[in-house]
Design a protein around this ligand. Structure first.
Ligand SMILES: C[S@@+](CC[C@H](N)C(=O)[O-])C[C@H]1O[C@@H](n2cnc3c(N)ncnc32)[C@H](O)[C@@H]1O
Length: 289
């Protein structure tokens, strides 16, 4: 809309119904949303301003409405004073869904092509991998199981990081439901996990390969050339394109030459060649030597 256009109505082309201009209301909501994001940032360190606004704002407004507090600033006060409410809110915004062997076709490529190459390339040192946005650890434990399959001695070192402390604590426990295990082969599941009650507990052999840390991908500055493999799947979908591209650049910088970046099966790297990446398999890139 031009700066001089009227704010309370617009001239419609013939045949189009004239509706009141929605902008003033959107602006009011916009300010409220920005103030809400500022409040959430000081409460949790999570910067919602870096996430795609339309999607995130809709999700938050719907959630606040369902909780009976449609006014976002009033809802912010509720989050400040009620720990349980804050937990529910974090579940809603961080979307922690994951599973063991999620997207099995990606794991097949890792098992048959990528990991053998990386393990062979690092005969005298540990292969280092990063599950960036690891949620409750399913991805890191799946990778650990494949490393054990391929290299029994376990020369891998896998770090999982997530912004959500509760997920990191869960990841450290290494316990998964049947639902989490629905894509896993029974044989591998029984080899690397033990049945405890209703859950699958990662065996010591896997746990010794993984560690977890709280970390915000948007603030972390990982060491250059630190990893042979970075998995960053199903995490950047909520970020704006600029934030996602800048993150991909930092992830690539953290890879050794010849290392691999694996992204989610609905995601893209904008300009892989400019980052020095070759696409080797679907959603899989190798950093130039
Ligand atoms: C859908 S899960 C993906 C888990 C796993 N990578 C997978 O594909 O199954 C997305 C995770 O990203 C985390 N996340 C969101 N924003 C983040 C950020 N800025 N820094 C680190 N983790 C973040 C969420 O807490 C959530 O656990």
């Amino acid at each position: 809309m031009s700066a001089t256009a009227p704010r309370t109505g617009r001239t419609s082309p013939p045949g189009e119904i004239s509706r009141p201009n929605p902008r003033p209301q959107a602006e009011r909501f916009g300010d409220e949303y920005v103030a809400f994001c500022d409040g959430v940032r000081s409460l949790t360190q999570i910067d919602l301003g870096q996430y795609k606004r339309g999607q995130m704002e809709r999700r938050i407004r719907t959630f606040a409405q369902r909780r009976g507090t449609p006014d976002l600033l009033a809802y912010l006060s509720a989050l400040r004073s009620d720990r349980a409410e804050l937990e529910g809110f974090l579940d809603r915004v961080t979307i922690n869904v994951s599973q063991l062997w999620r997207n099995p076709e990606q794991w097949r490529v890792l098992e048959r092509e990528v990991l053998p190459e990386l393990i062979a390339a690092a005969p005298l040192r540990r292969m280092r991998a990063w599950s960036a946005g690891c949620s409750y650890g399913a991805e890191a434990y799946t990778l650990a199981a494949l490393c054990r399959e391929l290299d029994g001695g376990g020369r891998a070192e896998i770090v999982g990081t997530d912004i959500d402390r509760r997920m990191v604590e869960r990841a450290e426990r290494g316990r998964f439901s049947d639902e989490d295990a629905r894509s896993a082969s029974r044989e591998l599941l029984e080899r690397w996990f033990t049945r405890e009650g209703e859950e699958w507990q990662a065996r010591r052999e896997l746990r010794s390969l993984v560690r977890f840390e709280v970390g915000d991908l948007l603030r972390m500055r990982p060491r250059r050339d630190a990893y042979d493999l970075v998995l960053c799947r199903n995490t950047v979908i909520y970020f704006t394109e600029e934030v996602r591209d800048a993150l991909h650049e930092r992830l690539v910088a953290s890879l050794r030459p010849g290392g691999y970046l694996v992204i989610g099966s609905t995601e893209r790297v904008s300009r892989p060649r400019e980052l020095g990446l070759d696409a080797t398999h679907p959603f899989t890139y190798r950093k130039s030597q």
